[in-house]
Design a protein around this ligand. Structure first.
Ligand SMILES: [Zn+2]
Length: 422
């Protein structure tokens, strides 16, 4: 597509999948089954688990072996008959680059096919240059990372970008995110495609975090969960029935204006007590400062908010009652907002993450589960598990790279329909 060219509006109808695409679908099912099994699988096991004919599985495995995406990893003897060859994902068969853009920092990571981070870099986000120039520089940084790695070009599956919302998913555009002045409709995806020469997938940061959790989190019987991201603001990512929900424009999960306390502080939407205001780290730090828990603001500090949250958590852990009360109130408000989501969607798991989560984790993990239990309308049917993310703070680019993994491995019919439009 030419930069800036207007999209032609065509009525979208659900389209079927043609036969070659169906082959791709079966291939994705096979690849996903192999990826999910820790010990690897034999062709016989694959045929049984995927419900495909032995010949079809054999043909697909041949293709995957030829392309280097999977490898034969020894033989397994179980009972009579000839030993079965075990197939595993080849860690060096495919690589992905992730970029996580935040108003303060931009993280880059290079992952192999099994999700090992081979290389990662953090740089301050350039908000001084024109956005197009700053994004082109990100493209150059990605290219440099790939070139230095010595990985063959055709093994790089693509670049995944996680960005603050709102986004326009159809055009791969960032639309005026908070704290990023001048980033009004930046064609992020097109600029990165042009500067890296690689396929680029883009999502809102919270959605990328949910994808990472789905990919690297504990294997559960049911993959239905809400991912609550605690950054400068509060957002949510949704995974229902093993599928990441993105919404009409890629902006699902804008939970900031769920009211948690009608008498709480005023929000920019004109109402009071929205979770965005009551639970954002800035509000907690201000309350802690007012209560004398935190020292005055240090004008020279560039990490004030993070330092404040760490100090607040430490004070609560050391028995400071005012600090504990502030965090307890925040946990109550957060539980109120989250219960709206868990009740609406009937999910049984909530995962928290984001840069400020580590400071909140001790109090929130202790206090939110019983609160949610009380607020859940389905508590007699199922419990709601509460957990912290498996992705460490500072490794957010991992989630961005997982967007590429999702695109490559996920046997998701909706994804196929999406692809068939191109
Ligand atoms: Zn509001």
């Amino acid at each position: 597509m030419v930069l800036g060219a207007p999209e032609i509006a065509v009525p979208q109808r659900r389209r079927g999948t043609n036969l070659p695409k169906m082959g791709d679908f079966n291939q994705a099912v096979i690849l996903d089954s192999i990826r999910r099994s820790e010990e690897g699988l034999s062709r016989v096991e694959l045929a049984a688990s995927a419900g495909l004919a032995a010949q079809t599985v054999s043909n697909i495995c041949r293709r995957l072996l030829d392309s280097g995406l999977i490898v034969e990893a020894g033989k397994e003897t179980s009972g009579p008959g000839k030993p079965r060859t075990i197939l595993r994902l080849n860690p060096r068969g495919m690589y992905a680059v992730g970029v996580h853009i935040d108003p303060a920092l931009t993280n880059y990571a290079l992952l192999d096919a099994v999700g090992t981070v081979l290389e990662s870099v953090v740089e301050p986000t350039d908000l001084d240059s024109a956005p197009a120039v700053a994004v082109a520089a990100m493209g150059a940084r990605i290219r440099a990372m790939i070139d230095a790695s010595g990985i063959e070009e055709h093994r790089i599956a693509g670049v995944g970008v996680a960005t603050p919302g709102p986004v326009d998913a159809a055009s791969g555009t960032v639309v005026d995110p908070p704290h990023m002045t001048g980033w009004t409709r930046v064609p992020l995806r097109d600029i990165l495609m042009e500067t890296t020469g690689l396929p680029v997938v883009m999502d809102k940061d919270v959605t990328a975090s949910a994808v990472a959790e789905l990919w690297a989190g504990p294997a559960c019987d049911t993959s239905d969960f809400v991912y609550v991201y605690v950054g400068t603001g509060i957002g949510a990512g949704l995974v229902l029935n093993d599928t990441v929900v993105r919404g009409a424009s890629g902006n699902v999960g804008e939970i900031g204006h769920i009211i948690t306390d009608p008498d709480g502080p005023e929000c920019d939407c004109g109402r009071r007590g929205c979770v965005k205001v009551t639970s954002m780290p800035e509000t907690l730090a201000a309350a802690a400062r007012e209560a004398g828990v935190l020292p005055p603001v240090d004008p020279a500090s560039t990490t004030q908010l993070m330092d404040d949250m760490t100090a607040l958590a430490e004070a609560a852990a050391d028995g400071n009652e005012a600090a504990a009360a502030i965090l307890a109130q925040s946990a109550r408000r957060m539980a109120g907002a989250v219960s709206v989501l868990t009740n609406l969607l009937d999910v049984s798991r909530v995962v928290f993450g984001g840069p400020f989560w580590p400071a909140l984790a001790p109090t929130h993990l202790a206090q939110i589960p019983p609160l949610l239990e009380r607020l859940s309308v389905t508590s007699s049917v199922h419990s709601v598990d509460v957990a912290g993310t498996v992705v460490n703070s500072g490794e957010e680019a991992f989630g961005a790279a997982c967007l590429v993994m999702e695109k490559t491995f996920s046997p998701n019919a909706a994804q196929l329909l999406l692809d068939s439009k191109h």
